[in-house]
Design a protein around this ligand. Structure first.
Ligand SMILES: [Fe+2]
Ligand SMILES: [Fe+2]
Length: 318
């Protein structure tokens, strides 16, 4: 699968990605079970810094991302069988378990969004169409690349969120805060697993980049466009609300602003994926992770402690 093997030596050198090194890989991760019991009446539609459209983006992301997570789960399951390294297999089982719980609990949040008048069923029908007729029909190597691409974007998002913890505490909606903080912690924790599977089975730069662009377009462009509908669907009077339109530029800046926007300020990290020798752990988040595990999971004071049920780490099978 090495596309570069027929190219001249200097070009080949440029495209030679770092192969998977089993000795240097991270340890397997725990799968944490949570229980949130979301209720429509507790949903804050301006959860994200009191900005309606920026909050709509995250609600839309919650809806569409479950389809991406289901693709990650199916793809990881398929490729786990092709792996030889037992630790990498164990890590893939952790990835599958963490994503399965993200998907299930975000669906519970999405049901609450639906009951709070967000266009959840409409977005689900769009997502089903795109995945059933597009992404889920791709050949397995391309799905593997797409999985690594999606995980890159969730890692970028997680690093931004962990670096901007204050975002979560601007709203009284403790359950939205908890699910996003838990999800972002785990996205950062497992950010290297899909990539290591890809490098272990393919290590083709061209194929890896082919999965980056559909992930980019879906997460940054299509979900953003869909989210434009949310404020009007939820509250049609927003169409004529001066305060809604006046606040719109702030929402756009919060997501795409180059200064401090979620994606706008993360371009260097996003595009670093295009570097042939890229590895997710080149972006060291170990200090964030240590801090967040304490902040979220401390048995008495953790933000997630009221919602935490149990955790277990998959067994190593040799
Ligand atoms: Fe996830
Ligand atoms: Fe993930």
């Amino acid at each position: 699968m090495q596309i570069a093997q027929f190219l001249p030596q200097p070009v080949r050198h440029f495209f030679s990605a770092t192969p998977f090194d089993a000795e240097k890989q991270s340890a397997a991760l725990p799968i944490r079970h949570m229980k949130f019991d979301f209720k429509a009446e507790e949903i804050d539609p301006k959860f994200y810094l009191n900005a309606e459209l920026a909050s709509a983006y995250f609600a839309s992301l919650s809806i569409f991302l479950t389809y991406g997570e289901d693709l990650v789960i199916d793809t990881a399951r398929y490729h786990r069988e092709l792996l030889n390294d037992p630790v990498l297999k164990q890590r893939v089982t952790s990835l599958i378990g963490q994503e399965a719980l993200h998907s299930r609990l975000h669906e519970e949040l999405n049901d609450a969004f639906r009951d709070a008048d967000l266009p959840v069923e409409l977005f689900r029908s769009w997502a089903r169409f795109v995945f059933d007729h597009g992404f889920n029909r791709l050949p397995q190597p391309m799905k593997l690349s797409l999985m690594a691409g999606i995980e890159h974007f969730t890692a970028v998002l997680a690093e931004y969120m962990m670096n901007h913890e204050e975002i979560f505490f601007q709203s009284h909606d403790e359950k939205q805060r908890a699910i996003w903080m838990w999800h972002m912690l785990e996205e950062s924790e497992h950010k290297d697993i899909a990539y290591d599977v890809f490098q272990s089975l393919s290590n083709s730069y061209g194929l890896r980049i082919a999965g980056f662009f559909p992930a980019l377009i879906t997460i940054l462009v299509l979900i953003s466009i869909a989210s434009l509908l949310v404020p009007f669907y939820r509250k049609p009077s927003n169409l004529f609300s001066l305060s809604y339109w006046k606040d719109l530029p702030r929402s756009i800046k919060l997501i795409f602003g180059l200064q401090d926007g979620v994606y706008g300020s993360s371009w260097a990290h996003i595009l670093d994926y295009l570097r042939p020798g890229f590895h997710p752990n080149d972006h060291d988040t170990s200090a964030f992770l240590a801090y967040y595990k304490e902040r979220l999971l401390h048995p008495e004071s953790g933000v997630l402690t009221p919602y935490f049920v149990k955790e277990f780490t998959p067994a190593l099978k040799v």
